[in-house]
Structure formats: structure tokens, C-alpha cells
Design a protein around this ligand. Structure first.
Ligand SMILES: Cc1cc2nc3c(=O)[nH]c(=O)nc-3n(C[C@H](O)[C@H](O)[C@H](O)COP(=O)(O)O)c2cc1C
Length: 324
């Protein structure tokens, strides 16, 4: 008889799950084992009240962690069947994974899994080399494979129009002292298990930049120079905007990030135009899409960098207390 997943499965897969991206690297997730199922929970103590009042960013991050869990379990030969928000009485319980029929991992699962430890947010300027059509196709396929869509902005005018929306949203957010204080609180000058290290922050922004940078930046930059010639910008969207849709979008985001890593591309995320409702609606209208934009990605060929720290696995597991 199959007893389901074990603590050993959970521990091994959680190492990969925590590599997911999260707003300000808050890592707002918990994982637990219940009756042979692995469960993913939002950690409300790690939600950012000013930057993420609705919990959207928590659900995106947990969806991304869930995708890594799925890949880890598939590659271990124990793929999962997933139910999202299985218990209305427990809204923080975002997903429950139970073992599906054991099988060998597919080549796609293997290559996505192998990309997990290599992925990181690359905020440095990208090289001018265009992203070829087959790589663009793979990114779109990653989004569609998780019931989402990816719209790539083609041409200078589309990117410039998007830049205006994004910079407007950035200005709105920056006016809020609580939002600014949160960003500063999660910036890390010294080694730490969470938050954004200054070394990962990217260069200082300049008034002529097309896209707004979040302001983790520490690195100096020659004044007056363009950041990069013409970034490839993609908007990831989902069919709706319920809590379940946001967990779905988080999975699509991670699949897309891993597919990008697999084909040698770098990505950084830009969520200011998603966080401001009027900007998000403007963005949706400018794309002429049904559904809801859930994340904006800057995609290109990047300079080397390195993954950021994570908390220890023991800090994110809820395991039953064994009586002495
Ligand atoms: C919902 C969400 C929103 C994010 N928004 C931004 C953003 O606006 N700007 C940015 O530079 N990074 C953004 N990030 C990336 C995180 O800062 C990053 O994932 C985190 O610092 C961990 O670093 P890593 O991606 O290198 O693992 C966002 C990530 C998530 C999940």
C-alpha cells in the first residue's frame, strides 16, 4: 500500500521549493506533511503590509515554490497530483500535493529541474543581442503550459509606452513612506538568510531609464548613459484574479523563469505596474488582453551573477512534534 509522501520526500523537495523568487526575498511560505500529502501554506507573518496589502505577492511566490516542488517530486520519480486551496476553512493552505502514479521524469521536467539552482534575478543591464524566435516561443509555451499567457512587447514604441505606465506606478508607490521603509528594511548590507543583498540590487537608476528599477541599487553608474539599448519586456497574465489564479500565475512564472534559465537567458522582475490597480488596468488595456497581468519580466542575455541566500529548511517546515 502507498503510504504517500514521507518526511524525506518533503525535506528533499523543500530545498528546491525555497529557491523560488519572492517580493524582497521575504520567502513567505511554509510546507508540511499531512496524511501522506505535502502542503504549501502562505506565511502571513512574512507578508509585506505596505507593499502587498492583498497578499498577491505571497501567493505568486508560493505558486513559484509549488512549481519547484512539483519538479523536484517528478524528478524523484514521485510526481504529484495538485489541488489548489483544497480547504475553504484554511485560506492560507494554498496547495496539497499527493502522489500520482510513479513514472520516469520527462526530459522537460529534468531540464526545468536542473535550472532551479542556477536561476536568479539579474538586475544588471543585458547585452544588446536579440532573443531569438525559438527562445521566445519556449517562454510562451512555458506560460501556456500552466494555463497563463505571455505577451512580449515588440518594438521601441510598445516598450516606451509600457515604460510610461511602469514609471507612473513607481512614482505612486514611492510616495508612500511605509512602502519605502519596507524596501529599505529588506535591503541587506551584511550576509543574511533573507532580504535583497545590495550586491544583487543592480545599478542606480537614472532619470532617462525606460524601465523603473526598484531601488535596491548600490552600484555606481556613469551619469547620462542608457541602461541598455532595447530590453525585451514580457507580461505574464492569468485568466482571472482570484487567489487560485494567483497561485496558478506563480507556477507559470517559475516555469517561465526556469525555461529562460535553461536557454541561457537572464530575467529580472518588475512588479510596480502590477501593484498599482490603475496601472495594472492600463497595462491590460494596452495589451488588449482578457484576464489579468500578474508580472512583468525583463528578459535578455545577462552578465554572470549568483543566487541569493535562503532561510534554512528547518525554518519553513511544519513537522509534527514527536513525543519524547
Ligand atoms: C511577486 C514578486 C514581485 C517582485 N517584484 C520585483 C520588482 O519589482 N523588482 C525587482 O527587482 N525584483 C522583484 N522581484 C524579485 C525579488 O526581489 C527576488 O525574487 C528576490 O529578491 C530573491 O532573489 P532571486 O530572484 O535572485 O532568487 C519580485 C519577486 C516576486 C515573487
Amino acid at each position: 500500500m502507498d503510504i504517500g509522501y514521507t518526511e524525506a520526500h518533503l525535506r528533499a523537495a523543500a530545498v528546491d521549493a525555497v529557491r523560488a523568487p519572492s517580493l524582497h526575498n521575504t520567502q513567505p511560505w511554509r510546507f508540511r506533511l499531512r496524511e501522506g500529502g505535502i502542503e504549501v501554506l502562505a506565511d502571513p507573518t512574512r507578508r509585506l503590509p505596505a507593499s502587498d496589502p492583498s497578499g498577491w505577492a505571497v501567493r505568486i511566490a508560493c505558486g513559484a515554490a509549488l512549481f519547484n516542488l512539483r519538479m523536484a517530486l517528478a524528478v524523484a520519480g514521485r510526481p504529484a497530483r495538485v489541488r489548489l486551496r483544497p480547504d475553504p476553512a484554511e485560506p492560507d493552505l494554498l496547495a496539497r500535493l499527493v502522489p500520482d502514479v510513479a513514472r520516469r521524469p520527462t526530459p522537460a521536467e529534468q531540464s526545468l529541474y536542473a535550472a532551479i539552482p542556477r536561476r536568479f534575478s539579474n538586475r544588471l543591464p543585458f547585452w544588446p543581442d536579440p532573443v531569438p524566435a525559438d527562445a521566445r516561443w519556449r517562454l510562451g509555451e512555458a506560460a501556456r503550459g500552466e494555463q497563463c499567457w505571455l505577451e512580449l512587447l515588440i518594438g521601441v514604441s510598445a516598450v516606451t509606452a509600457f515604460g510610461e505606465i511602469a514609471r507612473g506606478a513607481h512614482r505612486v508607490l514611492e510616495r508612500d513612506p511605509a512602502y519605502r521603509a519596507e524596501r529599505v528594511r529588506w535591503l541587506r548590507e551584511e550576509p543574511a538568510p533573507d532580504g535583497v543583498p545590495v550586491s544583487a540590487g543592480g545599478p542606480q537608476s537614472e532619470p532617462q531609464d525606460v524601465l523603473p528599477a526598484r531601488g535596491f541599487g548600490g552600484r555606481d553608474r556613469a551619469p547620462g548613459r542608457d541602461f541598455e539599448p532595447e530590453p525585451l519586456v514580457g507580461v505574464l497574465g492569468s485568466a482571472g484574479n482570484t487567489a487560485v489564479d494567483q497561485v496558478i500565475a506563480g507556477q507559470a512564472l517559475q516555469r517561465l523563469l526556469l525555461a529562460a534559465t535553461d536557454v541561457g537567458l537572464s530575467v529580472s522582475l518588475l512588479s510596480q505596474p502590477i501593484e498599482v490597480p490603475t496601472a495594472r488596468e492600463q497595462l491590460r488595456l494596452s495589451l488588449g488582453r482578457l484576464g489579468t497581468p500578474q508580472m512583468v519580466l525583463r528578459i535578455g542575455y545577462g552578465q554572470p551573477g549568483r543566487p541569493t541566500p535562503r532561510r534554512s529548511i528547518d525554518d519553513v517546515l511544519d513537522l509534527p512534534v514527536v513525543p519524547a
